[in-house]
Design a protein around this ligand. Structure first.
Ligand SMILES: Nc1ncnc2c1ncn2[C@@H]1O[C@H](COP(=O)(O)OP(=O)(O)OP(=O)(O)O)[C@@H](O)[C@H]1O
Length: 344
């Protein structure tokens, strides 16, 4: 592992913001820290950056302990949510700042700035001031400034959240492209599951100061371990075993004999609908979402959400039969009433 956080703990007075959190980033990997507001994502990023001190645990980079190393000596690039460019410096001066304070020769700085402006697709703005750029452009410059010094790790704290949806999606692809082409190990904080699914090699899902699950985007979406992860990573139908036995009795065979309350997690696109006069369910509402239709379906156990692609013949009010492939269901731990380890 390239960067390792082991048992990181951080408290603010009586409040435990992080409780023995362990994560790792491999060389070249893009990792997203994902979780709801207040779960401790930014706190963890700040500890890694050296902007806050650990109360327990350790952080190592290539095996070396970082605890004694101040932020500016860690060699990390950071991009924050707010455009933190120096307002009185030109774009070129902003990007070249880190190189200048390291004593890099002027000509080399100019060449590097030009190269980075090409990389972030803004070759014309070198002499502008940050205030003359749009929010999305400023974040591209902030990204260029962060990578100018070839950081050992790139840390991104919600860099897209102040931008509107279209610019956000463009810049998301841009960040991924830049990260891939340079191979910089990257840790990005986000509370947006779609962003994490699109960008990450690995997602670390947090809640109440602990890591709930870590894995690939596919793992977290298709094989959530708990109800919290299932609900956080998109829409899911969560059915208790007695409900499963009413609608999809075949699925009960896959239920593990583990301890704790379990729920069957079935994603909306995994339920098949067939129009049938004597069907046990009825389509209550259909929302057209462009590439798919989202259907609200009344069933003997309550409402289900179903998504269909292409030409589905169902109409509102129609009776339907429901089916699910045996391998399309994941049994998750019902953690809704589980103790919240890090709550004060
Ligand atoms: N300096 C501080 N003093 C006291 N409490 C703090 C401090 N910094 C953070 N906290 C608390 O620690 C918890 C975690 O905060 P953190 O900023 O890490 O959350 P987050 O997951 O990044 O949330 P958000 O997405 O809203 O930024 C929050 O409940 C917050 O109120």
């Amino acid at each position: 592992m390239y960067l390792t956080v082991r048992d990181a703990t951080k408290t603010y007075g009586q409040f435990t913001a992080l409780d023995r959190v362990s994560i790792g980033i491999e060389k070249g990997e893009f990792v997203c820290l994902l979780g709801p507001s207040g779960c401790g994502k930014t706190t963890l990023l700040r500890l890694i950056a050296g902007l806050a001190e650990l109360d327990g645990g350790e952080i190592t980079l290539e095996g070396a302990n970082l605890s004694e190393l101040p932020a500016r000596k860690r060699g990390f690039g950071i991009v924050f949510q707010s455009y933190s460019l120096f307002p009185n410096m030109t774009v070129a001066e902003n990007i070249g700042y880190g190189l200048k304070i390291r004593g890099t020769a002027r000509g080399d700085i100019a060449a590097r700035v030009a190269e980075l402006l090409e990389l972030v697709k803004l070759p014309q703005v070198a002499q502008k001031l940050p205030g003359q750029l749009s929010g999305g452009q400023q974040q591209r410059i902030a990204l260029a400034r962060a990578i100018a010094v070839n950081p050992r790790v790139l840390l991104l704290d919600e860099p897209l959240s102040a931008l509107d949806a279209k610019v956000r999606a463009e810049l998301r692809d841009e960040i991924r492209h830049v990260q891939r082409s340079l191979g910089i190990p990257t840790l990005m904080v986000t509370h947006d599951q779609e962003e994490a699914l699109a960008l990450a090699d690995k997602i670390i899902c947090m809640n109440h100061g602990i890591v709930v699950q870590a894995g690939t985007p596919e793992d977290l979406y298709h094989r959530p371990a708990t109800r919290f992860v299932a609900e956080f990573m998109g829409i899911s139908n969560l059915l208790r075993p007695e409900e499963v036995s009413v609608l999809f009795p075949d699925l009960l065979a896959s239920r593990p004999a583990a301890k704790g309350a379990q729920l069957a997690c079935i994603r909306p696109e995994q339920i098949d609908l067939t129009p049938a006069e004597d069907g046990a369910a009825r389509v209550r509402n259909i929302s057209f979402l462009g590439n798919l239709r989202r259907l609200e379906v009344e069933s003997p156990i309550g409402l289900l959400t179903v998504e269909t692609h292409g030409s589905n013949p169902c109409r509102t009010g129609q009776r339907v039969a429901l089916s699910v492939a045996p391998d399309a269901c994941t049994w998750v731990l019902d953690d809704a009433s589980a103790p919240k380890a890090a709550q004060a």
